[in-house]
Design a protein around this ligand. Structure first.
Ligand code: C2E
Ligand code: CA
Ligand code: CA
Length: 273
């Protein structure tokens, strides 16, 4: 049954939201050598009656109903607490999705404060992911925010690149260090007659020219991995490596990852160990 507005709204406004929101983490891997770059934090809502509600459903709703301050606050708090769960956290990047159009600039600064003083995680490790659509909704204030936080030491990724009204001016005018290619382009890469490799090649060249690196999303097959490696794509994430997982599962995934990568390398041509 589709979720109705009242259920969502009551849930979001309930005091129990803090307990019900969970953060799952998906590894991001350097495609050349299989080393771990970091993790993307992705929210899930474990609703007492509705079960797991995916972020695609509740984030747009929370944005619409001005609930993103609370949601993002819970996200940041949980990420800070949970980083202590895995013992390699000091060496990894953490990517956080933010919705600048639904968070006034001052609110976002308040939310980011703990990330600038914490000892477990520092701002040099934080990549803030913003979608092109979000920038389009409010180009002037998003731009000002990105410039200011960049000067304070945060890094930015342009998320879902290629899906909306992609504007190269975003790359020209805003200091993105990373460009994330949407999975809809990646998943057809190895399909016959797909022209997506032409697009990816062009995106890689443009990103490189602007001094940004590319992360490919949605890598599900060895063939896709091999193709991205042959194109010198910098990093990637996808179910082939790991699905998003709770913080408590990270250490055991990390322990087996070198073996998993070795197996993948044996079956693909272009990687080095
Ligand atoms: P996104 O930022 O583009 O995140 C990547 C999505 O792709 C995630 O979906 C991830 O689970 C999924 N994915 C990763 N690898 C694969 C793969 O190999 N195959 C397939 N089919 N999917 C893959 P998820 O977790 O459902 O998140 C959906 C969207 O919700 C995110 O898209 C992001 O835009 C939004 N979102 C999630 N957490 C947050 C948050 O904390 N704040 C905000 N503002 N948005 C969030
Ligand atoms: Ca993202
Ligand atoms: Ca994305």
């Amino acid at each position: 049954m589709p979720l109705d507005t009242r259920t969502l709204l009551n849930g979001l406004r309930s005091g129990a939201l803090r307990d019900q929101l969970e953060v799952h983490y998906q590894p991001i891997i350097y495609l050349r050598n299989g080393k771990l770059m970091g993790y993307e934090a992705l929210l899930r809502w474990d609703h007492p009656e509705e079960g797991m509600i995916p972020p695609d459903i509740f984030i747009p709703f929370a944005e619409q109903h001005q609930m993103m301050f609370e949601v993002t606050q819970i996200l940041f708090e949980k990420v800070l607490n949970e980083q202590a769960h895995w013992n390699h956290s000091r060496r990894t990047m953490i990517s956080l999705n933010i919705s600048p159009s639904s968070l006034p600039e001052d609110d976002l600064s308040t939310l980011l404060n703990p990330l600038t003083t914490d000892e477990i995680i520092n701002r040099k490790q934080v990549i803030l992911e913003i979608t092109e659509t979000a920038i389009l909704e409010n180009p002037v204030s998003s731009g000002a925010l990105i410039h200011r936080l960049k000067a304070e030491g945060f890094s930015f990724a342009l998320d879902d690149f290629g899906t909306g009204y992609s504007s190269l001016t975003n790359l020209r005018d805003l200091p993105f260090s990373e460009l994330k290619v949407d999975k809809s382009f990646i998943q057809n890469l190895d399909a016959q007659r797909s022209n997506d490799h032409i697009l990816i090649d062009a995106i890689l060249s443009i990103a490189y020219a602007f001094g940004a690196f590319v992360v490919a999303e949605g890598i599900e097959t060895k063939e896709t991995l091999a193709q991205l490696q042959s194109m010198n794509c910098y990093a990637g994430q996808g179910y082939l490596f790991a699905k998003p997982m709770p913080a408590t599962a990270i250490d055991s995934w990390h322990a087996q990852w070198p073996d998993q990568w070795l197996q993948l390398v044996r079956q693909t041509k272009h990687a080095v160990i």
